[in-house]
Design a binder for this molecule. Structure first.
Ligand code: AMP
Length: 369
């Protein structure tokens, strides 16, 4: 992901795909042109990278020149095409191939045709690396197309967003969801995830989703989901993955405008972690960090028994159930540390101490994201 000015862009077309496309285009054009020496005309600024790679790969002698037009302002193609540098050499009788980085509405192409109206070239061909068929509104023939793309704003490989991004060797697409902070609060039962989440959601304006709380609400409301979940929760076992994943997706969808989420008690298995990645990816987002509250088992048991005196939670009242929950954690959930460590997203925080001190330790991690 890259940030340009205030917006985020995600990878879209790789450097290798671009280079393969440029190579294919040079071959196609060289075959068509035969033995003539063509003049390639790049449209500045955007086409400078394309033209450079193109002529390096072009297998025969050629000439290169540029004209400079300006059409984009910010994210919108403006109606007003400015001609900044026109043709600077005599092209009479020559085969000219325009090299465009991208053709979308076709306004720039219209200006190119106006420029060449009075030139007595032998032939004018149009080649573009990227083409947006959904946006194209003109009738001019486009002879060579590299890659057809949907009508989304892209940057990189010569293309800019308000001056930035031209230098990137690959192409990025504007993210539909802008930057979210998504935190997985991790740790065994009793580590203090719920307590800390309550502070962090206020501090960072995030939506807190506790799968345990959602299950408990369902139990209180005697829903079918609640009845199903209860049979597992009462024994201190995990509710089956698919049930939990569907419920979590629902909760995320309910908060489409969230600036980010604190996931508390989810994911608890590998399958849940993968499902969460997929869900966030479908929103052009991702987990920012897994932050683990590290607390000794014996402290956990004591805390949960203490909480059980007032929480009304049956799974907090019985030491055997508590120990089973902790077992489930080590067996199925603790391995997720590796999952997030592999993505360099795992942060451990000492979960023993007073509540404010622990909130501060968590904030120190979040502030650096
Ligand atoms: P918690 O409130 O997070 O301690 O969760 C209480 C109980 O709800 C757990 O012991 C599980 O039975 C169930 N539960 C909560 N979250 C999940 C999850 N992500 N996957 C499976 N079961 C869960």
């Amino acid at each position: 992901m890259v940030k340009l000015h205030n917006l985020y862009f995600k990878p879209f077309i790789s450097e290798s795909e671009i280079q393969e496309t440029v190579a294919r285009m040079t071959k196609e054009i060289a075959d068509d042109i035969g033995d003539e020496i063509p003049v390639f005309v790049g449209i500045l600024n955007g086409s400078f990278m394309f033209v450079s790679d193109f002529v390096k790969k072009f297998p025969k002698p050629c000439e290169v020149t540029f004209i400079k037009l300006a059409s984009y302002e910010g994210l919108k193609s403006s109606d007003d095409i400015k001609r900044l540098i026109g043709i600077t050499q005599d092209l009479t009788g020559r085969t000219v191939v325009i090299l465009e980085d991208i053709i979308d509405s076709g306004k720039t192409l219209g200006e190119v045709h106006r420029i060449f109206e009075n030139e007595k070239v032998k032939e004018l061909r149009i080649a573009t690396l990227f083409y947006k068929p959904e946006a194209y509104k003109k009738d001019y023939k486009i002879h060579y197309v590299g890659i057809e793309i949907p009508n989304k704003f892209i940057v990189g490989y010569g293309l800019d967003f308000d001056g930035l991004g031209r230098d990137l060797p690959e192409v990025y697409q504007l993210k539909t969801t802008q930057h979210m902070i998504n935190i997985v609060l991790f740790g065994p039962p009793g580590a203090g995830k719920g307590t800390q989440a309550a502070f962090l959601k206020e501090k960072y304006d995030l939506v807190h989703i506790s799968t345990g709380d959602v299950f408990r609400n369902n139990i209180n409301n005697e829903t079918a989901l609640g009845m199903l979940a209860k049979s597992f929760m009462d024994k201190g076992e995990l509710v089956p993955d698919q049930v939990t994943i569907d419920m979590l997706s629902n909760e995320v969808e309910k908060n489409a405008d969230a600036k980010g989420f604190i996931f508390d008690g989810f994911p608890r298995t590998d399958a849940q972690a993968k499902a969460l990645d997929d869900l966030l990816e479908s929103k052009d987002s991702e987990i920012s960090a897994m932050i683990a509250l590290e607390v000794d088992d014996e402290v956990l048991v004591k805390r949960l028994l203490e909480r059980g005196k007032t929480s009304g939670r049956t799974d907090d009242a019985d030491e055997n159930i508590i120990r089973n929950r902790i077992q489930e954690y080590y067996k199925k959930t603790a391995p997720l540390k590796n999952y997030y460590s592999a993505q360099k997203k795992y942060f451990g925080v000492d979960g023993i101490g007073n509540i404010e001190a622990i909130t501060q330790r968590l904030s120190n991690v979040i502030n650096k994201l």
